[in-house]
Design a protein. Structure first.
Length: 725
């Protein structure tokens, strides 16, 4: 037993002795039970029994503070045992008790516990709400250690939802709080969490800096687990950077510690790093050995990410060793895990988007309520001023009546006084008129402020629509990239097998064919020649397909927002043929007349080529869809035709795409730019193409996207861009 374990056991024995010598049922005994429960953190059964005893005694004594703390310890014990249903039920009781006591520190701790339980159950939105409420109370109590823990928890929720920018923001805040609290273990976790966020954001240099700081703290603590944890993360980053001279010593040390401590996740992670490093340094046998080890451990422990990564390494290593059957087997496993993890990430992104949308709605409502409250207060103040003015007027009228009565008794003595009072009344009347005019002006000002509030609400709704639109564009880009990546793997297999088959044919020509009789040799040579040519064509067209996939990946990348001088004629012609051959690949019976009229000597225009290419591809796809739809009607003498032309006019560049397809009905032509509006059958259209194209042309490039159509005859789409845009 270590020195730390001996000290802890001595403390437990000491408290048990105190409890035995203090049999009285009072608050002191409750507090002793709390202290014993805190020492039993690593022994959940004993801790739960102690907490239940403390709760029973506190309720018997009507000791409200003790009852609240006992409920919290009991709920925390159930959380540690992963009994989330009981933890949540008792945690809610603890929250009610803490609220009744108005204990900020206890309230923050209870809300943090409930937030963590929701997070562990996958209820991220509810967990976030409780954690943010806990943070508010912790900041009021100024408990730096508690603030740091809650900030870390909020960062982990955002991490799980895939919002790594927000996760980094809260991890850095938590790191500052942990530095102020002076907790070394807390400081280690803060550096590590920040490093993980930087890694997922692709900022490898900052991630390595944070991991290095975490490693220094781990060595100060002399904690082998912490050291191996950081070294494995550093090895992972260096492997991605190709710094293999740093990867192997770090990964082997971390693997040895993980095996010694029976840390199965660490074993899987380190084995996966070594498998990738050996594969990339052209050692497929070693890569396969460590890949199998990582895969088996990940399968036993249910670690999906490591199962996915290990199966990918195994597929490639078997392929390099020409064991294509096993390569295909592990490739299928890799694709299955990849799809599963992609679905989980997509669900989390939907939750995050809904949470951000609800949060924005709440903030806008709060702002409007504050404005409305201020307006009501201003109106009440003006009404009070008007009431004071009326009362003043009544008092003056009463004073006038008294003066008149006195004047009737002493007319001759009060003539001069009467004149002065009359003059004062006139002055008051004039002031009342002025006051009335001021009230009218203030009423107009209130109406103006109300109109401004309505304009603000409209702008807020427009901003929300833009945010939703931006998220849709990003999601579409990710979907395209995912499809292109999925195509790339089977395409590599086609190219590799075709090349290997050509080599086998050459070997066959130089070997067994020579042993055939002369009468059969010519026929065999002819067949092998044809087979070789077929394989070369397969390889040639596989290369073309690879180029198309590469184009799809470039097209799906998120725009950098940097414009560059672009040959619009070449861009229009390239995407026209890309769209046409894409449709031909789906329907080899389809043919169309492509008429291209490009203005000669057209100067280059400053645009974002990926975005304009996306617009053109969408317009071409819609045109081909329309003519194909009309061709299905089997109209006599009809032949599909697409016209594409470019020209400059009045300082603007126009790209026109015209088809002789089905056209657009007049009753829906005003809706075609609305997000998710589509006339295509269910499953064939998303309703986002023209909406995204409209935003790219008008908002990003300051141009126009125009439509002209005659139902049943034609549709012409015009992209108009300012020259030099």
């Amino acid at each position: 037993m270590s020195c730390l374990g001996q000290n802890k056991q001595q403390a437990i024995d000491s408290l048990q002795a105190l409890l035995k010598n203090h049999p009285q049922a009072d608050t002191s005994r409750v507090k002793l039970l709390f202290d014993l429960g805190n020492l039993y953190r690593a022994q959940p059964k004993q801790r739960r029994a102690v907490a239940e005893d403390a709760l029973t005694l506190a309720r018997k004594l009507r000791y409200r503070e003790g009852e609240a703390k006992a409920l919290f310890i009991l709920a925390d014990t159930y959380r540690e045992e992963s009994n989330f249903k009981q933890a949540l039920s008792i945690g809610q009781q603890a929250a009610r008790a803490a609220n009744a006591l108005n204990d900020l520190n206890l309230r923050a701790s209870v809300y943090e516990l409930i937030g963590d339980v929701h997070y562990f159950q996958g209820n991220y939105v509810q967990g976030m709400e409780y954690l943010l409420e806990a943070l508010k109370h912790a900041e009021k109590s100024k408990d730096e250690k508690l603030i740091a823990n809650i900030l870390s928890d909020v960062g982990l929720v955002y991490h799980s939802l895939g919002d790594y920018n927000q996760a980094l923001f809260y991890h850095l805040r938590a790191l500052k709080s942990k530095e102020r609290s002076g907790s070394k273990s807390g400081l280690f976790k803060g550096f590590n969490n920040a490093a993980e966020a930087y890694r997922l954001l692709g900022e490898d240099a900052k991630a390595i800096d944070m991991y290095t700081k975490a490693l220094a703290v781990a060595r100060e603590l002399n904690n082998s687990f912490f050291i191996s944890f950081v070294e494995s993360n550093l090895a992972n980053l260096y492997e991605k950077q190709g710094k293999y001279e740093l990867v192997f010593p770090l990964a082997f040390r971390a693997l040895a510690v993980s095996k010694e401590m029976d840390d199965q996740e660490g074993v899987a992670f380190c084995s996966d790093i070594l498998a990738r490093a050996y594969l990339h340094t052209n050692h497929p046998d070693s890569a396969r050995w460590y890949g199998l080890r990582a895969f088996n451990v990940a399968q036993q422990t249910g670690l999906k990410e490591y199962s996915r990564d290990a199966s990918q390494v195994l597929a490639e290593s078997y392929a390099r060793s020409s064991d294509f059957a096993r390569a295909y087997q592990y490739q299928q496993i890799y694709m299955g895990y990849k799809d599963s993890l992609l679905n989980e990430n997509t669900a989390k992104k939907v939750i995050l988007q809904q949470y951000n949308y609800d949060l924005a709605k709440k903030e806008s409502r709060i702002a409007l309520l504050v404005k409305d409250k201020n307006l009501q207060a201003e109106e009440a103040r003006r009404q009070r001023q008007l009431l004071y003015a009326i009362i003043t007027g009544l008092v003056l009228v009463v004073g006038l009546a008294i003066l008149l009565w006195r004047n009737n008794r002493i007319k001759q003595r009060a003539n001069a006084l009467l004149k002065r009072q009359k003059q004062e009344i006139d002055d008051q009347a004039r002031r009342l008129l002025v006051l009335n005019e001021e009230l009218s002006e203030q009423k107009e000002e209130v109406e103006t402020q109300r109109d401004e509030l309505e304009d603000t609400l409209i702008r807020l709704k427009a901003t929300q629509a833009q945010l939703i639109q931006a998220e849709k564009m990003a999601s579409l880009g990710e979907l395209t990239a995912g499809i292109a990546h999925e195509i790339q793997n089977p395409l590599n297999f086609v190219n590799n097998f075709s090349e290997l088959s050509v080599q086998l044919i050459d070997e066959l020509k130089e070997g067994p064919i020579l042993a055939l009789p002369e009468s059969e040799k010519a026929y065999a040579d002819e067949i092998l020649h044809d087979l070789s040519q077929n394989l070369q064509r397969i390889n040639h067209h596989g290369g073309r397909a690879g180029a198309i996939v590469k184009g799809m990946l470039q097209h799906s990348r998120t725009s950098t927002g940097q414009k560059e001088l672009t040959d619009i004629n070449a861009l229009a012609n390239e995407y026209l043929h890309l769209s046409y051959h894409g449709l031909k690949a789906q329907n080899d019976q389809f043919n169309a007349d492509l008429r291209v009229h490009l203005e000669p000597n057209l100067k280059k225009v400053e645009v974002i080529p990926q975005d304009i290419g996306r617009v053109l591809l969408n317009l071409y796809n819609n045109a081909f869809y329309a003519v194909l739809d009309k061709q299905k009607l089997k109209i006599a003498g009809y032949h599909p035709r697409i016209d594409v032309c470019t020209h400059t006019e009045n300082g603007k560049l126009e790209i026109r795409v015209k088809d002789n397809g089905t056209g657009i009905p007049k009753e829906i032509i005003n809706k075609i730019y609305q997000p998710f509006f589509t006339t295509k059958p269910t499953g064939e259209g998303t309703g986002l193409g023209l909406s995204l194209s409209y935003d790219i042309v008008t908002k990003v490039h300051g141009g126009e996207l125009l439509v002209e159509s005659e139902p049943g005859e034609y549709t012409e789409m015009t992209v108009r861009l300012p020259l030099g845009a």
